[in-house]
Design a binder for this molecule. Structure first.
Ligand code: FAD
Ligand code: SF4
Length: 508
């Protein structure tokens, strides 16, 4: 009897577990574009277009390889509207009695498959370096789950940048070389962009029609939508941009949205590339002497370290994790996150590029939008939904630990040992935003003072009981305590006034 083989929009890998377990001569691959997946948060139109176009191309590739694919487009009049609905419809249509699936990367869909009234064999998604059981064993009995130790284990396991059992260059981590601000460089290569083909054009028309009011620019659409294109993008990054990746990893520039970043996460997360092949390529560039060690190590750490670690945390902590709110932050996400007017140049630029590209790089996500939401006390559930919606690479297993854990500290310190908060100084040091801002980063009080300068202290004082004893934060409290009392009162009063204006919906 025919079995259904479910392939989801982020499982576009020819040897994904469900396809490996299936038989192309008798089983039926089910792929479906459904409104339930398109609307659980108001996704960026570019993100929806990327996934739908990549799915359609992937289905064609499967057919070319001899699979039978039942593919449902979003505008199919018989579309059942959800993944379980589509599986049931196809089961009835083809007399199939059971389903093979690769475990989804999100608790919501895992539960949906569990609830299906026909038998489903759910296979582990083994496109990752660290299986769940290995992460659980690593976490077992540890007081703190620090990424650095996990990363070393992944280096040993993969052998990436290892010399025997020692790390290449005799150090695990070259991050102290990676904090340089960048200068405008008109000659810097841009990420590889791809002109839409006929399939992508059809998808773009459909997305424009079905999601007309979602935040984000659909065109120009330039993402890779096939594995061949994604490999092209990897090659381009490795040759042109990787050498400067380490040095400028934390830099931000108004005139350059991508700097030396790879823009590979959208392709990696939907399965067009594999983490190991990317890292292998990066290691090869370093071994050939074409890129410095701090660039190669820094990049590989992001993928086999941070990315795998975040996935481990998401599945270890369980379905409630995205709703954690240990600091009890309740403020509404301000309108400026959706493009509302603001004089804060750093936020204006980050949100504008997010709207245009469905992309911002790590430091913009962490130290601009994330930092601001945290020190302003925004409800982390709303912050989580925003990030899940607006970035092309946002899938809950990787987005939630980054947002709820790393950036909002809403998990109480599982991912980070201290909250990522900073005054305007850090942004000024790493970017050219402040020179063009309506506020002054040098001013600590008054109407012109950089809001980060005000809210930073407001945050620390709101949570003094929790953080004052943290050895990595004690110095900040000592600085505050040494400040003149009048100045302290003014800082807090100005911060309150700013938050009130923002909460009233005024442009800030
Ligand atoms: P590069 O700077 O070129 O880095 C290379 C690769 O390393 C990335 O492609 C990515 O796969 C991996 N990587 C780097 N940092 C992380 C990290 N912290 N966690 C996981 N992988 C990492 N990444 C996502 O893939 N999806 C998300 O939804 C997401 N949300 C984030 C939200 C916040 C608040 C923060 C602080 C980070 C988030 N990240 C997320 C991590 C990181 O910002 C992105 O992976 C990165 O910006 C993607 O762009 P890139 O491919 O150009 O990355
Ligand atoms: Fe951002 Fe403050 Fe700099 Fe303005 S002055 S760009 S608000 S950090």
């Amino acid at each position: 009897v025919k079995r259904l083989v479910l392939v989801l929009g982020d499982q576009l890998t020819p040897d994904v577990a469900a396809l490996r377990a299936a038989d192309k001569t008798r089983d039926l691959v089910v792929m479906a574009e459904v409104m339930a997946e398109g609307t659980y948060v108001p996704h960026h139109p570019k993100k929806i277009a990327l996934i739908l176009s990549a799915m359609r191309h992937f289905a064609d590739d499967l057919r070319d390889e001899g699979w039978t694919v039942a593919y449902t487009t979003l505008d199919d009049p018989d579309n059942a509207g959800s993944i379980p609905g589509e599986l049931l419809r196809r089961a009835e249509e083809h007399g199939a009695k059971d389903v093979i699936a690769t475990r989804p990367g999100e608790w919501r869909l895992i539960a949906a498959l569990d609830d299906l009234p026909i038998p489903v064999t759910v296979l582990e998604d083994d496109r990752f370096i660290c299986p769940h059981a290995e992460f659980e064993a690593w976490a077992e009995g540890r007081k703190e789950l620090r990424m650095e130790y996990f990363y070393r284990q992944m280096r040993r396991k993969t052998g990436l940048m290892m010399e025997g059992d020692k790390p290449a260059g005799d150090k695990w981590n070259f991050d102290h070389d990676n904090r340089k601000p960048a200068k405008d460089d008109l000659l810097r290569a841009q990420p590889m962009s791809f002109a839409p083909d006929r399939i992508t054009e059809e998808v773009l028309t459909l997305v424009a029609d079905r999601f007309p009011s979602n935040f984000g620019a659909l065109r120009p659409f330039w993402f890779a939508v096939t594995r061949a294109q994604a490999l092209h993008a990897l090659d381009h990054f490795a040759k042109e941009l990787l050498p400067g990746f380490g040095d400028y990893q934390d830099a931000m520039l108004r005139g350059d949205r991508f700097l030396h970043h790879s823009i590979l996460s959208p392709y990696l997360n939907i399965g067009l590339l594999s983490p190991l092949e990317i890292c292998q390529r990066v290691e090869d560039e370093w071994r050939a002497g074409r890129v410095p060690i701090n660039a190669a190590e820094g990049f590989i750490r992001q993928i086999i370290g941070w990315r795998e670690y975040m996935r481990g945390i998401y599945f270890l902590e369980g379905p409630e994790y995205p709703r954690r709110n240990i600091l009890n932050h309740q403020r509404k996400l301000p309108d400026l996150f959706w493009g509302g007017e603001t004089g804060m140049e750093c936020l204006k630029c980050t949100v504008a590029q997010t709207r245009d590209e469905a992309y911002a790089h790590h430091i913009q996500r962490l130290m601009v939008t994330g930092n601001f939401a945290l020190i302003a006390g925004v409800n982390p559930a709303e912050v989580h939904e925003w990030y899940l919606a607006v970035y092309a690479d946002a899938f809950e297993w990787v987005e939630a630990p980054n947002v709820v854990g790393m950036s909002q500290f809403a998990d109480g310190g599982i991912v980070g040992s201290k909250p990522y908060v900073s005054s305007g100084n850090y942004i000024d040091k790493m970017s050219d935003y402040c020179g063009a801002c309506a506020y002054s980063v040098k001013k600590k009080t008054g109407a012109e003072a950089c809001p980060f300068n005000l809210l930073y202290w407001h945050f620390l004082l709101r949570h003094r009981d929790r953080f004052a004893r943290n050895p990595r934060m004690a110095q900040m409290y000592r600085t505050w305590d040494r400040m003149d009392e009048d100045k302290r009162d003014t800082v807090l009063a100005d911060a309150e006034a700013f938050l009130d204006r923002m909460s009233r919906g005024e442009a800030v």
